[in-house]
Ligand binder design. Structure first.
Ligand code: SF4
Length: 295
C-alpha cells in the first residue's frame, strides 16, 4: 500500500510569516492578542493560546494589548479605530492580501464596478470590500452574477479561490461588458496546492484532506479532490477511520495552507498505524514521501 503527501502541502508563505510574527511578539511583549483567529486552524489557535496569545472577537476586548492583524486582514475601519485608540498594531496581513486591497482601491477610484469572486462571509472578502467606497458585487461563482450588463467592470478574486472558477466568471463577464479590467489576485500558494492535490488524487484510491473545517482553502482542496476520488476532510488524526482503507492500494494526503506540519505528521502516522506499517512512522513533514517544500 502506498501513502503519499501532495507536494506543496501545508503552511504557505503568508501563514508562516504571520505565525512567526505572533511568536516573536509574544516573546517581546506578553500582552498580545490576535483580532479574530490568526489563521483558520483551531489546533494552531489553541497552541498560540498556550503561549498567552489570545484571540479576541472585537476591539473592546483588546484592553491595550499589542494587536496582531491576521494573515487575511481586517476591515479598513477596524485598522483606523485601532490607530485612533493608539493600540500597538502588529500587521501580519499577508503581502498578497494587502496587494489585493490596493487593487480594489485603485479600480474603485478609476470608476470600475468591482466584481469580487469569493465568499461574502469570509474575513478576507469582508476586508477587501471595506476598501471599496463605490458599489461592488461579491459572487461565489459565475452563476451568481445578476442578469445585467456592465459598462466598466473590474474583476478581482479572494486569494484562495480556484483559477477555474475565476476563468468561468471572466468568460461570462466578457460577453456582458463594454470595458473590463481583470486582475488575477489568486495566490500562487493556492493554485500550487490545488494542482498538487489534483495530481495526487488522479493516482490515488482515496484522499485525506487535512485542515480546519473553517478553512476556505482546505475546503476547496476537498471539493477539488472529491471530483477525482473518494475524499475525506479531517481536522486531526483522531477522525481517521480504518474502514476508509479496506480496499485501497494508493492513499493520498493533502493539506491546506493553514494546516500546521505537526497535524499532517500525526495524520500520516495514524494511517501508517492503521495499515500496519509501523516501521514507517516519521517525525518531520519533510520525511513524508511526495512532499516538496515550495520556494
Ligand atoms: S494563501 Fe496566499 S494570500 Fe493567503 S496567506 Fe497564504 S500566501 Fe498569503
Amino acid at each position: 500500500m502506498n501513502l503519499r503527501l501532495a507536494k506543496n502541502s501545508g503552511f504557505c508563505f503568508g501563514v508562516k510569516r504571520a505565525i512567526k510574527m505572533a511568536l516573536k511578539a509574544a516573546k517581546e511583549n506578553h500582552q498580545t492578542v490576535t483580532l479574530g483567529p490568526i489563521i483558520h486552524n483551531p489546533q494552531m489557535v489553541s497552541k498560540l493560546e498556550s503561549k498567552n496569545i489570545l484571540a479576541v472577537d472585537n476591539i473592546s476586548q483588546i484592553k491595550n494589548r499589542a494587536t496582531i492583524i491576521r494573515s487575511h486582514g481586517v476591515k479598513k475601519n477596524v485598522l483606523d479605530r485601532l490607530k485612533e485608540k493608539e493600540i500597538e498594531i502588529i500587521n501580519a496581513t499577508c503581502p498578497y492580501v494587502s496587494k489585493t486591497q490596493k487593487f480594489a482601491e485603485e479600480l474603485d477610484k478609476e470608476g470600475y464596478k468591482i466584481i469580487i469572486l469569493g465568499d461574502k462571509d469570509h474575513p478576507e472578502v469582508k476586508s477587501l470590500y471595506s476598501y471599496i467606497n463605490g458599489d461592488a458585487l461579491i459572487v461565489a461563482n459565475a452563476t451568481e452574477l445578476p442578469d445585467m450588463s456592465f459598462k466598466k467592470v473590474g474583476v478581482i478574486s479572494q486569494t484562495t479561490r480556484s483559477i477555474n472558477d475565476f476563468q468561468k466568471l471572466v468568460s461570462e463577464l466578457v460577453k456582458r461588458s463594454e470595458e473590463m479590467r481583470i486582475i488575477n489576485t489568486i495566490c500562487n500558494a493556492t493554485s500550487v496546492r490545488q494542482n498538487s492535490t489534483i495530481e495526487l488524487a488522479k493516482i490515488s484510491d482515496a484522499m485525506i484532506v487535512v485542515g480546519g473545517k473553517n478553512s476556505s482553502n482546505t475546503k476547496m482542496l476537498a471539493k477539488i479532490s472529491g471530483k477525482y476520488v473518494k475524499t475525506y476532510h479531517v481536522e486531526t488524526a483522531c477522525e481517521i477511520k480504518k474502514k476508509w482503507f479496506s480496499k485501497t492500494e494508493d492513499i493520498g494526503i493533502t493539506a491546506g495552507a493553514s494546516t500546521p506540519d505537526w497535524v499532517i505528521v500525526d495524520v500520516y502516522n495514524k494511517i501508517i498505524e492503521i495499515i500496519g506499517k509501523l516501521d514507517k512512522k516519521i517525525e518531520k513533514v519533510e520525511d513524508i514521501p511526495g512532499f516538496k517544500e515550495e520556494r
